[in-house]
Every structure is written in C-alpha cells, then in structure tokens.
Design a protein around this ligand. Structure first.
Ligand SMILES: [Zn+2]
Ligand SMILES: [Zn+2]
Length: 472
C-alpha cells in the first residue's frame, strides 16, 4: 500500500516530466522510449492508463521482477483482479520472483473474492520467497484469512507477527467483531493499550462495530460516550453511524432517530437505509414509511429503498401493499438488486443467482437441494414466508424461497465436497432470514460447519446454531 501511495503522490510530476522530455503524445511511446521500469510503478492507479501500461508491458518482453510486480499492482488498482492473478501465474511459470509489495495486493484480492485455496497458495509462495516480513504484508495476510472466514488462521498470523503495529491490532479487532467474538476484541484492545500503542479512530470504530455485531448495546454506548474523555478521540460520522445502527438494530428505533437529529453531522442515505432495514426487522411501519418517503425523494431509482419498505409490509402480512410496491417498481423500470452467492471448489468459483439453472450440474444440485429441504423440514424447519417475494398464496411464497442463491450454493457444496468438510459460502447482499434459518438446519442434518459471509458479517453455523445467535 505504501508503494502505491508514494507512486500516486509522485506520478503526476513524473508523468509531466516524461511527457515533456520525451516529447511523446502518449504514455506508451514515452515508456517505450525511456525504457523506464519506474513508469510502470508510477502509473499504477492512474485512471485510463492501464491499457497504455499493458501495451508497454506486452511489448517489453522482459523478465524484470519489478516490471512484472508493477503490472500486477496496476491490475489490482484498476480492479482487474483476474488479470492480476493470471499475471502472477505467468510470472511464476517463468521463474520470476515477485517483489514483496505484490503479495499484499494478491492477499487483498483473495480476501475480497474469498478465494481461500488461492490465498493459501499465494501465502505458501510468499513464505518461500520473502525473508523479511513487513507489517503491511502481514496485516494484508491476516485480513485475507479473516475475509475468507478463517478467523483461527487470522489469529495465527497475528500471533506470529514480530512487528505488531496499530494497524495489526485494528485489523484483528475488526476481524473478531465480524466473526462474533466481542469478548476477544475487548481483550485485544486492552492488550494493545497495555503494550503502549495508542488506539486511533479506527480502533474505536472497529471495537464499536464488534459491540454492534453482538448486540452489546450497553457496552457500545459506554465506549461511544466515553471515547473523548478516556481515549481523547472525538467521535466522527462513522462512529455516530455505528451507534445509530446499533440502536436501530436492537429495536431502539426512537433512540436511533433521536441520535440522528442530535448528531453534529447530516445523516447520509445509506444510514437512513440502515434504520429503514431495522424498521422492517422490528415491524415499525410508521417510522419506516416516513424514512422510505424521504428516501424515495432523494433516490427515486434506488431499488433497496423499495425492497425494504416492501419487506416491512411482507413481514406484517400486508401482501396487497407488498404487491403495490412491486408494481410501482415495475412501472418505474426499477430492477431489484441481483442477489448471488458463490463458493470456491476445486480451484474454481461457482456462482449462483436466485432460481439459477446455469450450472453444468444444475439438475443434480436441484435434486440435492430438494432432498436437503425434505430433511430439514423433517427436523423442524418451517419456511419463513415473510421473506418471500411473491404475495399470492402460501405455497407460491414457500416455493419462491426454496431456490434462493444461498441454498443453491450450499446444495452444490454439499454435493461436491466430502461429507464433514466445512463449506464457505459468500453472498453479495445480506443473508435473508429464511436462508439463515435453513442454514442452521443444514448444519444440523449434514453435520457440516458452514461459514457464510454476507455483505455485512460472518455467520458460523454448527449443530443447528449460528455464531450470531440470530442477531444480525
Ligand atoms: Zn433466502
Ligand atoms: Zn447468523
């Protein structure tokens, strides 16, 4: 990360100089004339420069590790994750040893895409090639394991790290919060202070977030109210947003609205949406409608606002209003958010949408899911139709829940991996309540541990229970 920051700060001047001195119209020609591998580094992250850099790189026919490493960083910065991984593989095939900064980028990719096997391979490779660990690389590794659902591996990286800095503590406290270990997060916070390191804004935000994930409202409020006096840190917008989220999620909708009014910042729409989601969860239709109306005005084409209000009606069984919202969305040409889940298996990522039949072994997956649904129903699972998207008829509502993307991903994982293996599944949106309930039963009837990462946190299912204790 440090490399990119330095590059960014210097690149403008450097680019100007190259343009002027080489008198070339494009960066490609400038790079080719000057043959400066530094250009590759300094162009990292400049919008639009990727194609130029790629053309230079392809022309260079070089085995220079700095150039290859910089090319990978350029792909990462431009969010071309697959191209970055492919370049890494090509690099290895030619026996070129990557530079240290590349590993941090690759760990970040594997974490964000939850590619655990790939992440482990990159980790093993880094152990062979890098003798001096730097803090940035170790922190990226820790976060990669946490993002892939392996909190124990994240702990191992943290504990084996010789250079533990504030960022290491922040990363680990965040990971513990996301994996529902608030007590350990507090212990680590104490350890951090005992070691002489001074917590910063991020430390306190991550700790607050750990309390939020666990529903520890009292502890969260205590930290928030004392952070200025005890830690000397003034709450930022993010701290307020976390506390408002915590209050609303726990059912204290009125208190959360009061905090929004009193805070020294104007609430942004994502925060209002969080409170709207809480109104849906707690059936507060009056406040929910007020917030939804305001959001419709500010963001008339944001589907989540409509979906959340529709969910409030659905949870109260007011199917006519739910249907009205669906029609309004259709008339306005607003598509719902596309939910999808994915699972890494056999060095490949398998992605599923709702009612998706595109997978090559789709028929077997559906058969396995039907079998699993039969087993969990026999074990006591009752479909929660308040999460259904169809309003007409109980059977139709149940049917619309059956092939949600999370369930298809699990059915595939169950089919494709040896029995007893832990399954790690990801979802781009928050897990729906019915799938959460089904997953608890899946873990019970199959004996598997399941780690589900949604866009908010991790759920660890085992023996019929979830680590979040149904609070999310
Ligand atoms: Zn679902
Ligand atoms: Zn859970």
């Amino acid at each position: 990360m440090a490399v990119h920051t330095v590059g960014f700060a210097q690149c403008r001047n450097f680019q100007d100089r190259v343009y002027k001195e080489a008198n070339c119209p494009t960066l490609i020609t400038a790079a080719a004339k000057c043959k400066l591998k530094e250009i590759m580094m300094f162009t990292v992250g400049i919008p639009g420069a990727l194609e130029d850099v790629k053309a230079v790189f392809d022309d260079m026919d070089t085995l220079d590790p700095v150039v290859w490493s910089s090319m990978i960083s350029a792909y990462v910065n431009c969010k071309e994750e697959e191209a970055a991984l492919l370049t890494f593989y090509k690099m290895l095939c030619q026996d070129i040893t990557p530079r240290q900064f590349v590993y941090s980028s690759l760990f970040a990719i594997c974490g964000s895409m939850s590619m655990l096997e790939m992440g482990r391979q990159v980790h093993a490779h880094s152990l062979k090639n890098i003798t001096d660990n730097d803090a940035a690389m170790t922190n990226a590794l820790l976060t990669m394991y946490s993002d892939c659902g392996c909190i124990d591996d994240a702990w191992r990286v943290f504990d084996s790290n010789d250079i533990v800095d504030v960022i290491s503590y922040n990363s680990m406290i965040l990971a513990l919060g996301q994996h529902a270990h608030p007590k350990e997060a507090v212990e680590l916070f104490k350890r951090m202070k005992f070691s002489g390191l001074i917590p910063d804004e991020v430390t306190l935000l991550n700790l607050l977030s750990a309390f939020n994930h666990a529903g520890l409202v009292h502890e969260g409020l205590h930290l928030f109210n004392s952070m200025l006096d005890i830690e000397g840190i003034k709450p930022t917008y993010q701290h307020y947003a976390c506390v408002i989220d915590m209050l609303a999620r726990s059912g204290e909708i009125e208190e959360s609205m009061k905090t929004i009014k009193e805070m020294p910042f104007e609430a942004e729409t994502p925060l209002w949406r969080i409170v709207l989601g809480a109104c849906s969860k707690h059936g507060d239709i009056e406040t929910g409608m007020k917030i939804a109306e305001m959001l419709f005005e500010k963001e008339p084409y944001e589907p989540t606002n409509y979906i959340l209000l529709g969910n409030i009606y659905a949870r109260l069984g007011r199917w006519t209003e739910t249907e009205n919202i669906r029609s309004l969305m259709e008339k306005s040409g607003i598509d719902g958010d596309d939910a999808f889940s994915w699972i890494e298996m056999g060095q490949r990522t398998h992605r599923f949408g709702v009612d998706d039949r595109a997978h090559p072994i789709s028929e077997e997956i559906y058969r396995n899911l039907d079998r699993l649904m039969g087993s969990i129903k026999a074990a006591g699972y009752v479909p929660d139709t308040s999460f259904a998207t169809h309003s007409t008829g109980k059977n139709r509502r149940e049917e619309s829940l059956r092939y949600h993307c999370e369930k298809l991903a699990f059915a595939f994982g169950d089919l494709a991996s040896p029995s007893g293996d832990t399954l790690r599944i990801m979802k781009n949106l928050r897990v729906c309540g019915d799938c959460h309930s089904a997953y608890k039963y899946f873990s019970l009837v199959t004996g598997r541990k399941i780690v589900l990462r949604d866009n908010h946190r991790f759920h660890h299912f085992y023996k019929g229970a979830c680590s979040c204790r149904d609070y999310w």
